[in-house]
Design a protein around this ligand. Structure first.
Ligand SMILES: [Zn+2]
Length: 429
Protein backbone atom coordinates (compact mmCIF):
# COMPACT_ATOMS: atom_id res chain seq x y z
CA UNK A 1 0.00 0.00 0.00
CA UNK A 2 1.18 3.45 -0.89
CA UNK A 3 2.10 5.57 2.11
CA UNK A 4 2.55 9.05 0.71
CA UNK A 5 0.46 11.17 -1.60
CA UNK A 6 1.73 14.06 -3.66
CA UNK A 7 -0.10 16.58 -5.84
CA UNK A 8 2.01 15.40 -8.76
CA UNK A 9 0.12 12.06 -8.45
CA UNK A 10 -3.09 13.76 -9.62
CA UNK A 11 -4.19 12.00 -12.83
CA UNK A 12 -7.47 13.88 -13.17
CA UNK A 13 -6.61 15.15 -16.65
CA UNK A 14 -6.09 11.65 -18.07
CA UNK A 15 -8.75 10.45 -20.49
CA UNK A 16 -11.84 8.72 -19.13
CA UNK A 17 -10.43 5.34 -20.31
CA UNK A 18 -7.09 5.95 -18.60
CA UNK A 19 -8.85 6.93 -15.39
CA UNK A 20 -10.84 3.69 -15.55
CA UNK A 21 -7.68 1.58 -16.09
CA UNK A 22 -5.94 3.30 -13.17
CA UNK A 23 -8.98 2.70 -10.96
CA UNK A 24 -9.25 -0.96 -12.01
CA UNK A 25 -5.63 -1.55 -11.01
CA UNK A 26 -6.08 0.24 -7.65
CA UNK A 27 -9.42 -1.53 -7.08
CA UNK A 28 -7.80 -4.96 -7.44
CA UNK A 29 -5.07 -3.90 -4.96
CA UNK A 30 -7.71 -2.49 -2.60
CA UNK A 31 -9.76 -5.70 -2.60
CA UNK A 32 -6.65 -7.80 -1.90
CA UNK A 33 -5.82 -5.47 1.00
CA UNK A 34 -9.38 -5.75 2.38
CA UNK A 35 -9.30 -9.55 2.26
CA UNK A 36 -5.92 -9.73 3.98
CA UNK A 37 -6.27 -6.93 6.57
CA UNK A 38 -9.95 -6.30 7.36
CA UNK A 39 -11.63 -8.98 9.53
CA UNK A 40 -15.04 -7.86 8.26
CA UNK A 41 -14.16 -8.28 4.58
CA UNK A 42 -12.15 -11.45 5.16
CA UNK A 43 -15.48 -12.96 6.15
CA UNK A 44 -17.85 -11.00 3.88
CA UNK A 45 -15.78 -11.55 0.74
CA UNK A 46 -14.75 -15.09 1.71
CA UNK A 47 -17.65 -16.58 -0.24
CA UNK A 48 -16.60 -14.82 -3.48
CA UNK A 49 -13.80 -15.88 -5.83
CA UNK A 50 -10.46 -14.33 -4.90
CA UNK A 51 -9.57 -12.78 -8.26
CA UNK A 52 -9.00 -9.30 -9.71
CA UNK A 53 -12.29 -7.42 -9.94
CA UNK A 54 -12.67 -4.38 -12.19
CA UNK A 55 -15.34 -1.69 -12.38
CA UNK A 56 -17.77 -4.02 -14.19
CA UNK A 57 -17.28 -7.14 -12.10
CA UNK A 58 -17.31 -5.10 -8.87
CA UNK A 59 -21.10 -5.40 -9.17
CA UNK A 60 -20.77 -9.10 -8.28
CA UNK A 61 -19.61 -8.18 -4.77
CA UNK A 62 -21.99 -7.23 -1.95
CA UNK A 63 -22.48 -3.63 -0.79
CA UNK A 64 -21.66 -2.40 2.72
CA UNK A 65 -24.26 -0.46 4.71
CA UNK A 66 -24.10 1.99 7.61
CA UNK A 67 -25.75 -0.74 9.64
CA UNK A 68 -22.83 -3.10 8.88
CA UNK A 69 -20.45 -0.41 10.16
CA UNK A 70 -22.43 0.11 13.34
CA UNK A 71 -22.97 -3.57 14.10
CA UNK A 72 -19.45 -4.80 13.31
CA UNK A 73 -17.52 -1.61 13.98
CA UNK A 74 -14.19 -3.03 15.16
CA UNK A 75 -14.14 -5.78 12.53
CA UNK A 76 -13.61 -2.98 9.97
CA UNK A 77 -10.32 -1.87 11.56
CA UNK A 78 -7.58 -3.09 9.22
CA UNK A 79 -4.53 -2.02 11.21
CA UNK A 80 -3.25 -2.69 14.75
CA UNK A 81 -4.10 0.00 17.32
CA UNK A 82 -0.61 1.49 17.24
CA UNK A 83 -1.03 2.44 13.58
CA UNK A 84 -4.21 4.45 14.17
CA UNK A 85 -3.49 8.19 13.99
CA UNK A 86 -6.97 9.70 14.35
CA UNK A 87 -10.34 8.47 15.65
CA UNK A 88 -13.68 10.07 14.74
CA UNK A 89 -17.31 9.34 15.37
CA UNK A 90 -19.88 9.49 12.61
CA UNK A 91 -22.64 11.96 13.32
CA UNK A 92 -25.04 9.13 14.17
CA UNK A 93 -27.92 10.64 12.20
CA UNK A 94 -29.13 7.19 11.22
CA UNK A 95 -28.65 5.37 14.51
CA UNK A 96 -25.76 4.22 16.66
CA UNK A 97 -22.66 6.41 16.35
CA UNK A 98 -19.64 4.43 15.28
CA UNK A 99 -15.90 4.94 15.18
CA UNK A 100 -13.99 5.68 12.02
CA UNK A 101 -10.23 5.27 12.30
CA UNK A 102 -7.56 6.80 10.11
CA UNK A 103 -3.87 5.98 9.75
CA UNK A 104 -1.21 8.62 9.10
CA UNK A 105 -1.34 7.54 5.45
CA UNK A 106 -5.13 8.08 5.39
CA UNK A 107 -4.69 11.63 6.74
CA UNK A 108 -2.08 12.30 4.06
CA UNK A 109 -4.49 10.87 1.48
CA UNK A 110 -7.20 13.26 2.72
CA UNK A 111 -4.86 16.23 2.49
CA UNK A 112 -4.00 15.19 -1.08
CA UNK A 113 -7.72 14.80 -1.85
CA UNK A 114 -8.57 18.33 -0.74
CA UNK A 115 -5.46 19.79 -2.34
CA UNK A 116 -6.66 18.28 -5.67
CA UNK A 117 -10.08 19.83 -4.95
CA UNK A 118 -8.56 23.27 -4.35
CA UNK A 119 -6.64 22.97 -7.60
CA UNK A 120 -9.86 22.02 -9.42
CA UNK A 121 -11.66 25.03 -7.94
CA UNK A 122 -8.95 27.30 -9.32
CA UNK A 123 -7.08 28.13 -6.14
CA UNK A 124 -3.39 29.04 -6.53
CA UNK A 125 -0.37 28.22 -4.38
CA UNK A 126 0.38 31.31 -2.29
CA UNK A 127 -3.36 32.09 -1.84
CA UNK A 128 -4.84 32.62 1.59
CA UNK A 129 -7.72 30.40 2.74
CA UNK A 130 -10.06 31.45 5.54
CA UNK A 131 -11.36 28.30 7.28
CA UNK A 132 -14.69 29.02 9.00
CA UNK A 133 -15.22 25.38 10.00
CA UNK A 134 -13.86 23.66 13.08
CA UNK A 135 -10.89 21.31 12.89
CA UNK A 136 -11.66 19.77 16.27
CA UNK A 137 -14.83 18.13 17.68
CA UNK A 138 -13.95 14.98 15.70
CA UNK A 139 -14.79 16.81 12.46
CA UNK A 140 -12.57 15.07 9.93
CA UNK A 141 -13.49 17.38 7.02
CA UNK A 142 -12.18 20.44 8.87
CA UNK A 143 -8.86 18.72 9.50
CA UNK A 144 -8.69 17.54 5.88
CA UNK A 145 -9.43 21.03 4.54
CA UNK A 146 -6.68 22.45 6.75
CA UNK A 147 -4.09 19.82 5.82
CA UNK A 148 -5.12 20.18 2.19
CA UNK A 149 -4.30 23.90 2.32
CA UNK A 150 -0.84 23.10 3.67
CA UNK A 151 -0.22 20.40 1.05
CA UNK A 152 -1.45 22.69 -1.71
CA UNK A 153 1.03 25.38 -0.72
CA UNK A 154 -1.50 28.01 0.34
CA UNK A 155 -1.81 29.72 3.74
CA UNK A 156 -4.57 28.67 6.14
CA UNK A 157 -6.31 31.18 8.41
CA UNK A 158 -7.92 28.90 11.00
CA UNK A 159 -10.50 31.30 12.35
CA UNK A 160 -12.92 28.38 12.76
CA UNK A 161 -16.32 28.69 14.40
CA UNK A 162 -15.80 32.35 15.25
CA UNK A 163 -18.14 35.36 15.18
CA UNK A 164 -19.19 37.25 12.05
CA UNK A 165 -17.27 40.29 13.40
CA UNK A 166 -14.12 38.24 13.73
CA UNK A 167 -14.33 36.80 10.19
CA UNK A 168 -15.09 40.28 8.82
CA UNK A 169 -11.96 41.56 10.55
CA UNK A 170 -9.89 38.78 8.94
CA UNK A 171 -11.35 39.57 5.51
CA UNK A 172 -10.67 43.31 5.77
CA UNK A 173 -7.11 42.90 7.09
CA UNK A 174 -5.77 39.72 5.43
CA UNK A 175 -7.81 39.73 2.18
CA UNK A 176 -8.19 35.94 1.75
CA UNK A 177 -8.99 34.88 -1.81
CA UNK A 178 -10.81 31.75 -0.60
CA UNK A 179 -13.22 30.80 2.18
CA UNK A 180 -14.15 27.28 3.28
CA UNK A 181 -17.44 27.00 5.15
CA UNK A 182 -21.08 25.99 5.43
CA UNK A 183 -23.25 27.84 2.87
CA UNK A 184 -25.88 29.11 5.34
CA UNK A 185 -23.12 30.60 7.50
CA UNK A 186 -21.34 32.11 4.49
CA UNK A 187 -24.63 33.74 3.43
CA UNK A 188 -24.88 35.35 6.89
CA UNK A 189 -21.28 36.48 6.58
CA UNK A 190 -21.97 37.99 3.16
CA UNK A 191 -24.95 39.92 4.48
CA UNK A 192 -22.93 41.10 7.49
CA UNK A 193 -20.12 42.42 5.24
CA UNK A 194 -22.63 44.18 2.98
CA UNK A 195 -24.45 45.82 5.90
CA UNK A 196 -21.20 46.86 7.59
CA UNK A 197 -19.87 48.29 4.32
CA UNK A 198 -16.84 45.96 4.35
CA UNK A 199 -15.34 45.12 0.96
CA UNK A 200 -15.35 41.33 0.49
CA UNK A 201 -14.36 41.43 -3.17
CA UNK A 202 -10.96 39.85 -2.39
CA UNK A 203 -12.90 36.54 -2.01
CA UNK A 204 -12.92 34.70 -5.35
CA UNK A 205 -13.90 31.21 -4.20
CA UNK A 206 -16.26 29.76 -1.61
CA UNK A 207 -15.58 26.09 -0.93
CA UNK A 208 -19.04 25.11 0.31
CA UNK A 209 -19.40 22.17 2.68
CA UNK A 210 -22.34 20.26 4.11
CA UNK A 211 -25.28 21.80 2.25
CA UNK A 212 -25.94 21.60 -1.49
CA UNK A 213 -25.97 24.92 -3.34
CA UNK A 214 -27.58 23.50 -6.50
CA UNK A 215 -30.72 21.51 -7.29
CA UNK A 216 -31.60 18.59 -9.59
CA UNK A 217 -31.45 20.93 -12.62
CA UNK A 218 -28.01 22.21 -11.47
CA UNK A 219 -29.47 25.67 -10.90
CA UNK A 220 -28.46 27.52 -7.74
CA UNK A 221 -30.80 26.96 -4.78
CA UNK A 222 -32.10 30.14 -3.09
CA UNK A 223 -29.22 29.72 -0.62
CA UNK A 224 -26.70 29.34 -3.45
CA UNK A 225 -28.18 32.39 -5.17
CA UNK A 226 -27.79 34.42 -1.96
CA UNK A 227 -24.10 33.50 -1.86
CA UNK A 228 -23.65 34.46 -5.52
CA UNK A 229 -25.35 37.78 -4.72
CA UNK A 230 -22.55 38.62 -2.30
CA UNK A 231 -19.69 36.83 -4.10
CA UNK A 232 -20.48 36.52 -7.83
CA UNK A 233 -19.13 33.36 -9.48
CA UNK A 234 -17.60 32.10 -6.25
CA UNK A 235 -19.68 29.06 -5.23
CA UNK A 236 -17.90 25.68 -5.49
CA UNK A 237 -19.98 22.88 -3.98
CA UNK A 238 -18.35 19.86 -2.40
CA UNK A 239 -19.51 16.47 -1.18
CA UNK A 240 -17.76 14.25 1.34
CA UNK A 241 -18.36 11.98 4.32
CA UNK A 242 -16.25 10.62 7.17
CA UNK A 243 -16.72 7.02 6.04
CA UNK A 244 -15.78 7.35 2.39
CA UNK A 245 -12.64 9.41 3.18
CA UNK A 246 -13.11 11.13 -0.17
CA UNK A 247 -14.31 14.56 -1.20
CA UNK A 248 -15.74 15.77 -4.50
CA UNK A 249 -15.12 19.40 -5.47
CA UNK A 250 -16.57 21.50 -8.28
CA UNK A 251 -14.03 22.71 -10.82
CA UNK A 252 -14.10 25.98 -12.74
CA UNK A 253 -17.10 24.68 -14.76
CA UNK A 254 -19.05 24.53 -11.47
CA UNK A 255 -21.28 21.73 -12.66
CA UNK A 256 -20.79 18.76 -10.33
CA UNK A 257 -17.89 17.72 -8.10
CA UNK A 258 -14.86 15.71 -9.26
CA UNK A 259 -13.16 13.14 -7.02
CA UNK A 260 -9.41 12.67 -7.69
CA UNK A 261 -8.88 9.86 -10.23
CA UNK A 262 -6.92 7.58 -7.90
CA UNK A 263 -9.06 7.79 -4.76
CA UNK A 264 -12.54 6.41 -5.41
CA UNK A 265 -14.73 4.18 -7.53
CA UNK A 266 -18.25 5.63 -7.56
CA UNK A 267 -21.52 3.87 -8.41
CA UNK A 268 -25.12 5.14 -8.29
CA UNK A 269 -27.50 2.35 -7.30
CA UNK A 270 -31.27 2.00 -7.50
CA UNK A 271 -33.56 0.55 -4.82
CA UNK A 272 -32.73 -3.00 -5.93
CA UNK A 273 -28.98 -2.35 -5.78
CA UNK A 274 -28.46 -2.16 -9.57
CA UNK A 275 -26.41 0.55 -11.23
CA UNK A 276 -28.37 3.32 -12.93
CA UNK A 277 -27.19 5.15 -16.08
CA UNK A 278 -25.43 8.52 -15.75
CA UNK A 279 -27.95 11.30 -15.18
CA UNK A 280 -30.35 9.08 -13.26
CA UNK A 281 -30.89 9.50 -9.55
CA UNK A 282 -29.90 6.84 -7.01
CA UNK A 283 -27.86 6.10 -3.90
CA UNK A 284 -24.24 7.26 -3.96
CA UNK A 285 -22.10 4.16 -3.37
CA UNK A 286 -18.36 4.57 -3.01
CA UNK A 287 -15.37 2.24 -2.86
CA UNK A 288 -12.59 4.48 -1.55
CA UNK A 289 -9.18 3.45 -2.94
CA UNK A 290 -5.82 3.41 -1.13
CA UNK A 291 -7.36 3.63 2.37
CA UNK A 292 -5.49 1.62 5.02
CA UNK A 293 -7.19 2.21 8.41
CA UNK A 294 -10.80 1.34 7.67
CA UNK A 295 -11.12 0.31 4.03
CA UNK A 296 -14.62 -0.09 2.61
CA UNK A 297 -16.08 -1.90 -0.39
CA UNK A 298 -19.18 -0.52 -2.15
CA UNK A 299 -20.22 1.62 0.81
CA UNK A 300 -23.82 2.81 0.54
CA UNK A 301 -23.75 6.39 1.80
CA UNK A 302 -27.53 6.82 2.12
CA UNK A 303 -27.16 10.03 0.08
CA UNK A 304 -29.11 10.35 -3.15
CA UNK A 305 -27.56 12.07 -6.16
CA UNK A 306 -26.60 11.45 -9.79
CA UNK A 307 -23.60 11.49 -12.11
CA UNK A 308 -23.57 14.35 -14.62
CA UNK A 309 -23.48 12.72 -18.08
CA UNK A 310 -20.75 13.53 -20.59
CA UNK A 311 -17.26 15.00 -20.32
CA UNK A 312 -16.61 18.12 -18.23
CA UNK A 313 -15.57 21.30 -20.10
CA UNK A 314 -12.57 21.58 -17.74
CA UNK A 315 -10.98 18.55 -19.48
CA UNK A 316 -10.80 16.22 -16.48
CA UNK A 317 -11.47 12.56 -17.25
CA UNK A 318 -13.00 11.96 -13.83
CA UNK A 319 -16.75 11.80 -13.20
CA UNK A 320 -18.84 14.64 -11.79
CA UNK A 321 -21.24 14.05 -8.93
CA UNK A 322 -24.33 16.27 -8.79
CA UNK A 323 -25.73 17.82 -5.61
CA UNK A 324 -27.06 15.55 -2.89
CA UNK A 325 -30.84 15.75 -3.32
CA UNK A 326 -31.59 14.17 0.03
CA UNK A 327 -31.12 11.21 2.32
CA UNK A 328 -32.46 7.94 1.00
CA UNK A 329 -34.36 7.49 4.28
CA UNK A 330 -36.15 10.79 3.61
CA UNK A 331 -37.34 9.94 0.13
CA UNK A 332 -41.01 10.83 -0.39
CA UNK A 333 -43.43 8.98 -2.62
CA UNK A 334 -46.55 10.93 -3.43
CA UNK A 335 -49.03 9.64 -5.99
CA UNK A 336 -46.36 8.06 -8.14
CA UNK A 337 -43.84 10.92 -7.86
CA UNK A 338 -40.56 10.48 -5.98
CA UNK A 339 -38.97 13.52 -4.39
CA UNK A 340 -37.12 14.79 -1.32
CA UNK A 341 -37.94 17.30 1.42
CA UNK A 342 -35.25 19.59 -0.02
CA UNK A 343 -37.45 20.23 -3.08
CA UNK A 344 -39.99 21.89 -0.75
CA UNK A 345 -37.41 23.46 1.56
CA UNK A 346 -35.66 25.20 -1.34
CA UNK A 347 -38.96 26.90 -2.25
CA UNK A 348 -39.62 27.91 1.37
CA UNK A 349 -36.07 29.32 1.70
CA UNK A 350 -36.84 31.58 -1.24
CA UNK A 351 -39.99 33.19 0.28
CA UNK A 352 -38.82 36.23 2.31
CA UNK A 353 -41.91 36.39 4.58
CA UNK A 354 -41.42 32.81 5.82
CA UNK A 355 -39.43 32.82 9.08
CA UNK A 356 -39.36 29.11 9.90
CA UNK A 357 -40.83 25.86 8.64
CA UNK A 358 -40.88 22.10 9.08
CA UNK A 359 -42.45 19.08 7.40
CA UNK A 360 -44.30 16.09 8.78
CA UNK A 361 -44.72 12.94 6.72
CA UNK A 362 -47.18 10.20 7.54
CA UNK A 363 -48.88 7.46 5.55
CA UNK A 364 -48.11 3.94 4.43
CA UNK A 365 -45.50 2.31 2.22
CA UNK A 366 -47.63 3.05 -0.86
CA UNK A 367 -48.09 6.80 -0.59
CA UNK A 368 -46.84 9.46 1.80
CA UNK A 369 -48.92 12.27 3.21
CA UNK A 370 -47.02 15.50 3.58
CA UNK A 371 -47.98 18.47 5.76
CA UNK A 372 -45.92 21.63 5.82
CA UNK A 373 -45.93 23.91 8.87
CA UNK A 374 -44.91 27.51 8.32
CA UNK A 375 -44.38 30.55 10.54
CA UNK A 376 -44.46 33.99 8.92
CA UNK A 377 -43.37 37.55 9.63
CA UNK A 378 -45.87 39.67 11.55
CA UNK A 379 -48.86 40.64 9.44
CA UNK A 380 -48.23 37.82 6.92
CA UNK A 381 -49.91 34.44 6.56
CA UNK A 382 -49.10 31.40 4.40
CA UNK A 383 -52.13 32.38 2.28
CA UNK A 384 -51.05 36.02 1.82
CA UNK A 385 -47.55 34.81 0.84
CA UNK A 386 -48.96 32.25 -1.60
CA UNK A 387 -46.92 29.45 0.01
CA UNK A 388 -49.08 26.53 -1.20
CA UNK A 389 -49.14 27.86 -4.79
CA UNK A 390 -45.38 28.40 -4.85
CA UNK A 391 -44.79 24.87 -3.55
CA UNK A 392 -47.13 23.46 -6.19
CA UNK A 393 -45.44 25.52 -8.91
CA UNK A 394 -42.10 23.87 -8.21
CA UNK A 395 -43.07 20.33 -7.18
CA UNK A 396 -46.44 19.85 -8.98
CA UNK A 397 -47.78 18.39 -5.74
CA UNK A 398 -50.56 19.91 -3.64
CA UNK A 399 -49.65 19.81 0.06
CA UNK A 400 -51.54 21.21 3.04
CA UNK A 401 -49.77 24.24 4.53
CA UNK A 402 -50.51 24.95 8.20
CA UNK A 403 -49.66 28.24 9.94
CA UNK A 404 -47.82 27.92 13.28
CA UNK A 405 -46.60 30.65 15.57
CA UNK A 406 -42.87 31.46 15.38
CA UNK A 407 -42.01 30.31 18.93
CA UNK A 408 -43.68 26.93 18.40
CA UNK A 409 -41.91 26.48 15.06
CA UNK A 410 -38.50 27.31 16.58
CA UNK A 411 -39.14 24.93 19.46
CA UNK A 412 -39.93 22.13 17.02
CA UNK A 413 -36.99 22.81 14.70
CA UNK A 414 -34.29 23.50 17.28
CA UNK A 415 -35.67 21.43 20.17
CA UNK A 416 -34.32 18.10 18.87
CA UNK A 417 -30.59 18.68 18.52
CA UNK A 418 -28.10 21.48 17.99
CA UNK A 419 -28.63 21.13 14.27
CA UNK A 420 -32.00 22.36 12.94
CA UNK A 421 -34.39 19.48 12.18
CA UNK A 422 -37.11 20.27 9.67
CA UNK A 423 -38.14 16.77 8.63
CA UNK A 424 -40.33 14.64 10.92
CA UNK A 425 -41.00 11.12 9.74
CA UNK A 426 -44.20 9.63 11.20
CA UNK A 427 -44.54 6.94 8.51
CA UNK A 428 -45.35 3.38 9.48
CA UNK A 429 -43.23 0.94 7.49
ZN1 LIG B 1 -14.58 19.82 -14.40
Amino acid sequence: MKKTFDLSDDRSFSSGDEVRRLQDRLLAEHLRYCRSHSPFYRERLGAFPDRDYDFDSLQELPTTSKRDLAEHNEAFFAVPGNEIADICFTSGTTGTPCRIVYTASDLDRLAYNDACGYRAAGMRPGDKVLLTCTIDRCFIAGLAYYQGVVKFGAAAIRNGLNTLESHAEVISTLHPENIVGVPSFLAKLGRYLAEAGIDGSCVKRLICIGEPARNRQMELTPLGAKLEGFWPGAVHSTYASSEIVTSFTECSARCGGHPPADLAVVEILDEAGNRVPDGEVGEVTVTPLQVTGMPLVRFRTGDVSFIIPGPCPCGRGTLRLGPVLGRKAQMLKVRGTTLFPGAFFNVLDGIPGVTEYFMEVSGTALSDEITIFVSCREGKTPESLGVAEKLYGRTRIHVPVVAVDPAAARQRVFGVSRKPVRFFDLRKN
